[in-house]
Design a protein around this ligand. Sequence first.
Ligand SMILES: *[C@@H]1O[C@H](CO)[C@@H](O)[C@H](O)[C@H]1NC(C)=O
Ligand SMILES: *[C@@H]1O[C@H](CO)[C@@H](O)[C@H](O)[C@H]1NC(C)=O
Ligand SMILES: *[C@@H]1O[C@H](CO)[C@@H](O)[C@H](O)[C@H]1NC(C)=O
Ligand SMILES: *[C@@H]1O[C@H](CO)[C@@H](O)[C@H](O)[C@H]1NC(C)=O
Ligand SMILES: *[C@@H]1O[C@H](CO)[C@@H](O)[C@H](O)[C@H]1NC(C)=O
Length: 640
Amino acid sequence: MDRKFLFFIGLLFIADGVIAREAVGQRQPGSQESPWAWACRTGRGCVKVAKDSPVEQGDDMSNPTLSGCKLTCNTESVLWPKPRDAISLSKTLVAFHPTDIRISRISAPNSEVKSLTNEAFLIFRNVIRKGIPEAFRGRKQTARDQQRPQIEVQVSIVSGETRLEMTTEESYNLHVKTIFATAATPAAPRSTTSVSITAMSFFGARHAIETLSQIMAWDDTLGSMLMLTDANISDSPAFVHRGLLIDTSRNYVSVPVIKKIIDAMSYDKLNVFHWHLTDTHSFPFVSTREPRLALYGAYSPAKVYRPEDIKELVHYATVRGVKIVPEFDAPAHVGSGWEWGERAGMGQLALCVNKEPWPTYCVEPPCGILNPVNDNIYSVLSNIYQDMNDLFKSDIFHMGGDEVNFSCWNETTEITNWLKARGRKDNSKEDFLYLWTHFQNRSLEEVDKAYGNKQPIVLWTSGLTEEGHADKYLDKERYIIQIWTTGTDQSIAQLYRQGFKLIMSNYDAWYVGKYFDCGYGQWVGEGPNNWCSPYIGWQKVYENSPRKLIVNFNETFNQKQILGGEAAIWSEQVDGTTIEGKLWPRSSALAERLWTDPDTNWRVAEHRMNHHRERLVQRGIQADALQPEWCHHNDGYCFL
Ligand SMILES: *[C@@H]1O[C@H](CO)[C@@H](O)[C@H](O)[C@H]1NC(C)=O
Ligand SMILES: *[C@@H]1O[C@H](CO)[C@@H](O)[C@H](O)[C@H]1NC(C)=O
Ligand SMILES: *[C@@H]1O[C@H](CO)[C@@H](O)[C@H](O)[C@H]1NC(C)=O
Ligand SMILES: *[C@@H]1O[C@H](CO)[C@@H](O)[C@H](O)[C@H]1NC(C)=O
Ligand SMILES: *[C@@H]1O[C@H](CO)[C@@H](O)[C@H](O)[C@H]1NC(C)=O
């Protein structure tokens, strides 16, 4: 049969009394009918073919437009991340108008959850609208449009939780069923698509709404939105902690750009925005109780995060299924913002700030480290922790703790005298570890007072977590360790055996900046490669399985101990102007690894990844290109 003929059969089938054939005539004004169609080809995917060429064996032409083919060709459609539990989707499509979707019922235990759900639904409507090209927006409805289905969404939520915590259940069920109006059903003159969402928590329901948005797509050829007529999906994440680390100290990232990062996270079902708020370079966090920190430490009065900005961001993230976990990194990685101590009669709060030659005291300029023997720092820290608790209300707190170098402490008489007074005269590594744990214990006390409970604390791998140190200095019931060594580092196996809970950010795969900023030239010299080069492609990000890392150490994988992972984009060589392209779509690869944790490799995911990247761009995210667009039009033909 002639493809051209099949094309029209296909369109009529989609229409099935619903889409107008006229819709075809509503392509962009002035354009002629395209000579191309898409075949769903066995073993490949959607492949571009000429409408008037004979149909090849193994080609299914039922939904011959690009979007129609993409939505129906594969078992998992173009969902990203792929649902983990059960998925059954129709091969049939229905055209609809975005204004015809409404939420008809929300059943939830309290009004806060209802209001979050309503907000999530408004966001969904906006996202759908964003997917419609400018030229088609606000098109007048024709008479035939009236026959498109009314889409009724019902949401049922069990728990009253309004904050995402590590114990929050994020699973969901999504059912979509379309009943077409026919002449025989005059009582129901309008076709209806019923969408039913059930979830334990709002956060699960929000994920379901995201999934719903992904079984819908704009179709350029038809000039209409399409969606699958029927779907049954049960889904839940493999890991509870699925995050991105954003560093806003090396370079500032504005609030609107942070919001866009959170938008994109929500499209990927990533749920933790780990905010590395401060570092040696600048102190943009405006602490109400200690305003001198940002006054001295921000790059400018405009490059700050005020309490009202943070409150807004925390809500913005919550309705998008994301929690913000603040990090206050200490005792190293401080400097800017702490200079006022002596002027205020409080002694030296931070030591070796901007000290040269920097390679003697720290890993990158400028240097700086807290003065743990000056008791005044603990009242300042207490103020920071209280402000952070007031604003973020997160169920875990990150205390940093990485890259402590002893050279500065060793050269500071105030410190060596303090050690002497405690019978420690050698200034040995052990003595400074003692000092460091003194700092860690004292500052933890302040965190506990500020939070009013003993919540889990995250620390980076560091000298404290090395072999023989972690079990000696750190309590595994209190501390979660975030791994940033390579994925084969023996310390991972040791910490795991000792019973610590772990978050994986092994830099060989998940340092987007040093992981996701890896692969650029050096910034402290003219070397062609920065320390963590090369650039890491999405495939390697995708293949980095925390489960396999553990199994490769010949250990039994215990889901309760591996909370998940984070990609880190340190900001030495990135700021708000380019961060989106460095994060996306590689962070989407991380998202599917942590949500689905598939046994299959990246090759199986490639066609969906290509499509998801296009979807991110449609939704306004400046995601980097992965391949020529030709590959998106010809699934399965861009492999070596
Ligand atoms: C979804 O489940 C319902 C109820 O079991 C069933 O009738 C329907 O055919 C299923 N739809 C799909 C697309 O699998
Ligand atoms: C601190 O820096 C010095 C000089 O670069 C280096 O020799 C030393 O190993 C570092 N110490 C630690 C604990 O990192
Ligand atoms: C501290 O400095 C002393 C004298 O310069 C040196 O012997 C000692 O090894 C240093 N300690 C550390 C931990 O580097
Ligand atoms: C830190 O706290 C731990 C656990 O409470 C304790 O065993 C250790 O002695 C403390 N270390 C210092 C230096 O205060
Ligand atoms: C795991 O066990 C295999 C087979 O006994 C061995 O060859 C391998 O070296 C072990 N790997 C590690 C990291 O211990």
